[in-house]
Structure formats: C-alpha cells, structure tokens
Design a protein around this ligand. Structure first.
Ligand SMILES: Cc1cc2nc3c(=O)[nH]c(=O)nc-3n(C[C@H](O)[C@H](O)[C@H](O)COP(=O)(O)O)c2cc1C
Length: 483
C-alpha cells in the first residue's frame, strides 16, 4: 500500500496503536532526544512519538516512526518485510518456466515492474507554501539539537536528491545536515557515498551542484534513501517498486530538478565547488561522537512546504535505536540480491550492537578448501559491505541469527592463526579506531569445519545431539514427569 504523505502514514500508525502523542511542551534542545531515546530502547522499539508542542515552535515533531519491525513493515505496506525479500528473490530467479500456463503466471510479476518509474505531476502538497529570499528561515522548523556535545542543530531524517552532472542520473541518500544559520547547512555526504561522488564530479567541472532535500513523504521513499543501492539505480524507481505505485515528482521552484510532490518540506539549494565548513561534532549511530571535519555547504534558495507540516526526525546514538530497525529491514530485503552475487551465502546477521558495518555473522554452503575466505573477499568487494570490520563465516547449518550459537561455534571452531584473514582497505568514515579517516583494516574468521584438503589431519568432531528416538520417547513422557 502506498501512502499519499507522511501524515497519512502517521494516521495509519495511530490506527494500529503504534503512535503516541505528547502534548506536554518538550524542547527540541536535548529533551526530545531524552524522551525518544528511552522509547527507542524499550522492548521491541516502543511506539512512534509525535511531540505536538515542541517548545518554541508551532510545528509538531514525529520520531521513531520506523523504529520497530511492525512499523518498518507498515511503512513498506506489508505485514512483514520478509515478504518483500521473498518477492525480490522470486523476481530475480533466472529461469523462465516451461509451458504457456506457467509463462502466463509471470505476467503479474512483470506488470508490477511496469508501475514503478516516477511520474511527473503539476502540483504537490510539498509546494503548498513557497518561501524564497528573506522568507527562508530554518529557525521556524523544530530541528533537533540531539546530544550535549553536538556542534548545533542537525536535520537528521533528510532525503537528499542530486543528479549526476555527467549522466543526469538521480541519487537519493540520507545525509545529516548541520544548521549553520537560517539559510545555510552542512552536507554530510561521506567520502564513499554517491552524493559525494556527484559533488566531486561537479567540482572537477568547476560547477555548483543543485540539490533538493525532502523531509517526509511516503516512508517507502525514506527507506529507499538509506538502501545501499548500486550507483546508477534510481532510488525513486526502487521506491515505486516498494509502494507498487509511481512516486509523484514535481518541478522544483528554484532549481532545474524534480522533487517529491508528497513531502512535508522540500529545501531547495546548491553546493559550491570547493567550499567546506567545519561540521560536527555529532553524537552518531556508533554511540560515540564523530569529530569536527570539513564538509560541503548547502545554500538554500527556497523552502517549500505543505500548509500544516509535521517535521520528521530521528536520533542516532548508542544502539539499539530507530535506525537499527531500518538496518535490519535492509539486511533482510537485500539478502536475495547479495545471494545473486554470492550464491553460496545462506544467511547473514549484522547485529544492531555492531552498528551493522562493524560485525557480520554469515553462513555458507561450503564446497571447497578456503571457501570461507572467498566469501569474506566477496563481501568486502560488495558495495557498502566493504565497511564490514569483522566477518565470521559459518557452515550452512549454523543459525547465524542466534548469537549464542555463533559464539559457541566460533570459539570452538577457530584456530586463530590458521583461520584469520586480515586485510586493509576502505573503512566507514565514522570508525574512530582506524588509523585514518576512511582507511583501516578488516578481519575475517573461518568458523567452518575444516577438511583434509585444508590441511586438517584429524577427524572433525560431531556436535553433541541426542538421538531422535530418545527425544521422542522423552517428549511423550514429559507431561507425566511433573517437571
Ligand atoms: C538516520 C540515518 C542517518 C544517516 N546519516 C548519514 C550521513 O550523515 N552521511 C552519510 O554519508 N550517510 C548517512 N547515512 C547512511 C546513508 O544514508 C546510506 O549509506 C545510503 O545508502 C547512502 O546512499 P548512497 O549510496 O546513495 O550515497 C545515514 C543513514 C541513516 C539511517
């Protein structure tokens, strides 16, 4: 199901008893964080919150809207997001079935793909009010100052639209924006991200780059912005696929760009080549502050908005947080696509506490000596998985979703000197342990059973298990044992 707007999604959350309104005045300076952090750390991710009266503002703040498995699934219009993973797995199956009847069964699948390209419309709620020149004022929006040592207020849930200056292809990414003044912000697109590449290209051409920032809209768009899609794949196409309906786009008011028609706000503006300003510190999703670094600067040329907007926000910090639920949905939905490239991969678990890019437990169907090392290298070569600092590779029959089982297996199965692979390469720029920003080392452990072909001369022991016959007998007896 597609949502017409972010506020329609909020209504749905209310109907599902997934949202609470807070009518008490609470300040966007630290206080909203404290309330939201407690909620995000409650079992199952708590409820979405709408602060109806943020102190000093007449615009409500919505937060934690995607912060549970149920809300993340509702956002994508499904009962559970595993349905999307199954659908993608089905869509990318290479075989064309035999027989006319079976071929005809493919048609609805293909029809689904035809509905996805974005559609240009003449008007949208995102442009009900258009503010330009001196009317541009970010101070009217209840942008959060999240943590005590933050360098200021940060827009934390923005969808940043840029276009490749050479090919014209669109990219949408979520990159936080520090507010410098009423009409200027930072643009925290990290080194390895597509927005940064568009900017580098525009710098090489000596041009400014236009950018539009949407706040709100159908949450399928928000999910698409954080999804690690390969460069060149349009996030709005992916959003159209998820919502089963084209994303409506409208011409920007001060830019030669298309912007979403359904957003609460759109910030229009540009980034000059070579201009940098100190950005940060910022309490980040690692649970630590990221330090001040030079980042590009976004100059607003317009704010467009709907009549009565709600400001969508999130906070990041020590896990678990709202972004953990978004990350888990990415992990599940992208697994079939990763399996296309790494077919021996059975399952993967990027634990929330490992901040996703720090730690991966994966299981594989091992077929040859050194197979686990091949998989580590494959994952380190695959998009944003290149940031994975520690990878543990297990056999196919290990449940990598069970961390207790992983620790039991890995601590028993590894001979560290033999089973470890240490490599150097790109690292997430948020990593504070690496020797340099964005460059460091990564390690993988082969936790699979070793074979003679791998130089293991002994018999690998079986894990202890009771025989099925005895288990069944005791199952039947159990109720009579009075335990
Ligand atoms: C809440 C949240 C905040 C994020 N902030 C940033 C950020 O400030 N800079 C950044 O480069 N990536 C940030 N990300 C991650 C990117 O959105 C993500 O890597 C995305 O896939 C990037 O898109 P791209 O590949 O099109 O560049 C954030 C993700 C979330 C969920």
């Amino acid at each position: 199901m597609a949502y017409e707007s972010f506020q329609e999604f909020l209504k749905r959350l209310e109907q599902e008893d997934e949202l609470r309104h807070i009518t008490e005045p609470i300040s966007p300076h630290l206080e909203i964080t404290e309330v939201a952090d407690r909620m995000m750390k409650s079992p199952g991710g708590g409820k979405a919150l709408v602060f109806d009266r943020p102190t000093g503002y007449d615009v409500p703040v919505a937060i934690n809207t995607l912060g549970s498995r149920k809300r993340m699934s509702l956002a994508l219009g499904v009962c559970d997001y595993e349905e999307i993973a199954a659908e993608i797995a089905d869509l990318i199956k290479p075989e064309v079935p035999a027989g006319l009847v079976n071929k005809l069964k493919l048609l609805p699948k293909l029809g689904r793909l035809a509905t996805i390209p974005p559609r240009t419309v003449s008007r949208g709620i995102s442009q009900e009010i258009v503010l330009t020149g001196d009317e541009i004022n970010l101070d009217r929006i209840p942008i959060l100052h999240c943590w005590p040592q933050d360098g200021g207020r940060f827009i934390t849930f923005p969808l940043v639209y840029t276009y490749d200056p050479r090919t014209g292809k669109r990219n949408v990414g979520m990159y936080r924006m520090q507010v410098y003044d009423r009409r200027t912000t930072g643009m925290h697109w990290q080194l390895h991200k597509v927005g940064a590449e568009h900017h580098r290209q525009s710098e090489e051409m000596g041009q400014k780059i236009q950018a539009a920032v949407a706040l709100g809209g159908d949450p399928a768009l928000t999910f698409s912005a954080i999804a690690p899609l390969p460069p060149g794949i349009d996030e709005m196409l992916f959003a159209g696929f998820l919502r089963r309906k084209p994303v409506p786009m409208v011409k920007a008011k001060t830019l030669a760009l298309l912007v979403p028609a359904d957003a609460e706000y759109v910030l229009e503006g540009y980034i000059d080549p070579y201009e940098r300003r100190p950005e940060g510190p910022f309490g980040d999703h690692t649970g630590f502050y990221t330090p001040v670094e030079p980042y590009p600067v976004f100059h607003l040329t317009a704010i467009t908005q709907r009549q009565n907007p709600v400001y969508p926000a999130t906070i990041v910090g020590r896990p678990p947080m709202e972004d953990g639920w978004m990350g888990k949905a990415v992990e599940r939905i992208f697994l079939p696509l990763i399996q296309m490239m790494v077919p021996e991969l059975v399952d993967m678990n990027l634990p929330v506490e490992g901040c996703f890019h720090n730690l991966a437990f994966v299981s594989i169907r091992k077929r040859y000596p050194g197979h686990a090392f091949k998989v580590m290298n494959a994952l380190w070569g695959l998009g944003q998985l290149m940031f994975t600092k520690i990878i543990f590779v297990f056999d196919h029959d290990v449940n990598v979703q069970d961390i207790g089982e992983c620790i039991w297996r890995l601590s028993n199965n590894i001979d560290p000197e033999r089973d470890m692979l240490l490599v150097r390469g790109p690292i997430d720029v948020l990593d504070h342990a690496s020797r340099a920003v964005g460059f460091g080392s990564k390690i993988g452990f082969d936790c699979t059973k070793k074979t003679a072909a791998e130089g293991y001369a002994r018999e690998w022991p079986d894990a202890i298990e009771m025989s099925a016959e005895v288990r069944q007998k005791i199952d039947a007896l159990w109720p009579r044992l009075g335990l």
